[in-house]
Design a protein around this ligand. Structure first.
Ligand SMILES: *[C@@H]1O[C@H](CO)[C@@H](O)[C@H](O)[C@H]1NC(C)=O
Ligand SMILES: *[C@@H]1O[C@H](CO)[C@@H](O)[C@H](O)[C@H]1NC(C)=O
Ligand SMILES: *[C@@H]1O[C@H](CO)[C@@H](O)[C@H](O)[C@H]1NC(C)=O
Length: 514
């Protein structure tokens, strides 16, 4: 998040992001860049590469050790990712951002810290800037801001050979001057390098908050880049923050998923909804519904939760079923899709959510009650969703259809093509192992469910629509990954416009070119 300030004279953005655990999507959205799996270094990947090398005999039969073998592998991976030019850039990046998640002192993070210690030594003091993030809790009735946890973690970090140049202190309220002074004194970090990230009304305030504290200057100074850097341009961020603060009306979105507790796994979807809502001058109001609560079984087991889930669904202006794996809650998702289809409530199904609408349509409209996905029922009579034929079932992960793939529109007469500015095709990101079975497509289309987007071979179904409905759209891809604060995903935008009755007007205006 500090990075928008590091725009140098060259006119390029210069980063490269390596995250060790957190959501890479945050960096993609904030910096408007596209990252790959290479940017995601995990302990699992590192250990696997070291074991493979060991088997190949690269270590000449020596015993594999955390230091140097694991830490070297981490360092090499960082160096190799840092020297590959990023998407759309000519040379390698000038600055590499490495996010190391976890807590200082965790066993898991030890080899990573050691790798960074070695890296800091090999690149030299002018080329390494360490920002240590820590929490300033408030204790007791008097609300004293506690600096001890930060002091201890800084001490621990130093003992491991790393010296923080800046402290980024998270707190609910702004931290007081004397708290800052205390931190400076006990952590040996100058007061001007102690940043405070306190709670703000919306996330777009964060870059402004940091610039106001001159974070960019402290970082550039540490990296000896002050002379060549231009001043940060945060007009867009200032506008976004102010626009959001001004929003008063909201739209109720029912999100029907498997893990409602685990909202992090749907973070990109939540952000994409936010981008689309802001574009419509609305605040999103997302109601999470655990799919299992909608199922008939739960009316006996948990009658209150069942009633509450249906009440929430009925009150929503639109229904979204995001992707997911496994069969938990599938029946509830089917019920949600049925409700949206029959009551003409805008529906967006993503990945599994699209497959759900196919199963639902087969069961309710075609009368194929036993229609199912082979993911849930291998022997179903009507396998309307199947494992992708060329994949091998034995290797999870490696058989996934991953990354950016092309979808070609089949007709001009559909909402999604018009939302994508009438493009002939779109490239969106994929992440799935099952797909709609092309054998049944004709029957579906005759009954009114149209497959308006397919892959280049015409065999893979990418987008479905129900023309007799205000907005009933299923997409096999994940449009949320390409959504950006000022460029909402067209699919999400159409969904929110439909939820608030503005879609027709929007599409009409587009035809008239205004
Ligand atoms: C990073 O890799 C881990 C483990 O392979 C995976 O669970 C996680 O989803 C990945 N994160 C991103 C943003 O790709
Ligand atoms: C926010 O609302 C105020 C008062 O209605 C208005 O003057 C201002 O221009 C608005 N700002 C934005 C960014 O919409
Ligand atoms: C699909 O199969 C699973 C597993 O047998 C079953 O629980 C589920 O009810 C089936 N779905 C439908 C729509 O029949």
């Amino acid at each position: 998040m500090l990075v928008p300030c590091l725009l140098l004279n060259t006119g390029k953005f210069l980063f490269l992001m390596i995250a060790v655990d957190l959501d890479l999507g945050n960096y993609e959205r904030f910096l408007d860049i596209t990252l790959t799996r290479e940017n995601n270094i995990t302990a699992g990947k590192i250990y696997q590469s070291v074991l493979e090398k060991e088997r190949r005999g690269d270590y000449l039969g020596k015993t594999v050790q955390v230091v140097p073998h694991i830490s070297d592998a981490i360092k090499n991976h960082i160096e190799s990712v840092a020297t590959i030019p990023m998407d759309g850039q000519e040379g390698p990046a000038d600055v590499c951002v490495i996010e190391l998640g976890g807590t200082v002192g965790d066993i898991e993070s030890m080899p990573f810290i050691e790798a960074l210690r070695q890296l800091s030594f090999s690149v030299g003091p002018d080329n390494f800037c360490l920002i240590h993030v820590s929490l300033i809790p408030v204790l007791g009735v008097v609300g004293e801001q506690k600096t001890k946890p930060t002091q201890l973690s800084v001490r621990e970090l130093r003992a491991l050979g790393l010296t923080p140049h800046l402290l980024a202190c998270r707190s609910a309220q702004p931290i007081l001057d004397n708290t800052k002074e205390k931190l400076s004194q006990f952590c040996h970090v100058p007061v001007c390098n102690i940043l405070n990230i306190h709670d703000v009304p919306n996330i777009w305030h964060i870059p402004l908050l940091l610039t106001n504290q001159n974070a960019h200057h402290s970082i550039l100074k540490q990296l000896n880049l002050v002379r060549i850097a231009t001043a940060p341009d945060l007009r867009d961020w200032t506008n976004m923050a102010a626009t959001y603060d001004n929003l008063t009306n909201s739209v109720k979105i029912a999100m029907v998923g498997k893990y409602v507790g685990l909202t992090d796994s749907y973070l990109s979807v939540v952000k994409a909804l936010l981008h689309a809502c802001v574009a419509c001058s609305l605040k999103p109001s997302i109601d999470w519904i655990a799919a299992t609560d909608l199922e008939d079984e739960s009316s006996k087991l948990k009658p209150e939760a069942h009633a509450a889930a249906w009440e929430t669904l009925r009150k929503a202006s639109c229904v979204l079923v995001p992707g997911g794996f496994g069969d938990r809650g599938v029946k509830g998702m089917i019920l949600a899709a049925k409700y949206a289809r029959e009551n003409k409530v805008p529906y967006l199904g993503i990945c599994l959510g699209m497959q759900i609408s196919v199963i639902e349509f087969a069961g309710s409209v075609l009368g194929w009650e036993k229609a199912n996905s082979t993911e849930f029922d291998d022997g179903t009579l009507y396998p309307v969703v199947i494992f992708m034929p060329e994949g091998s079932k034995t290797h999870m992960g490696s058989t996934m259809r991953l990354g950016s793939r092309r979808t070609v529109f089949q007709t001009a007469d559909c909402i999604t093509k018009r939302m994508y500015h009438n493009s002939e095709y779109v490239d969106e990101r994929h992440r799935h192992r099952y797909e709609v079975n092309s054998e049944f497509i004709e029957t579906f289309e005759e009954a009114g469910l149209k497959f308006v987007g397919k892959d280049e071979t015409g065999k893979r179904m990418e987008i479905l629509e129900l023309p007799s409905h205000p907005f009933y759209v299923g997409v096999q891809f994940h449009p949320e990954f390409k959504s950006r604060p000022r460029r909402p995903s067209p699919v999400f935008l159409g969904f929110i416009l439909a939820a608030t009755g503005q879609l027709d007007l929007y599409l009409e205006k587009q035809i008239n070119g205004s």
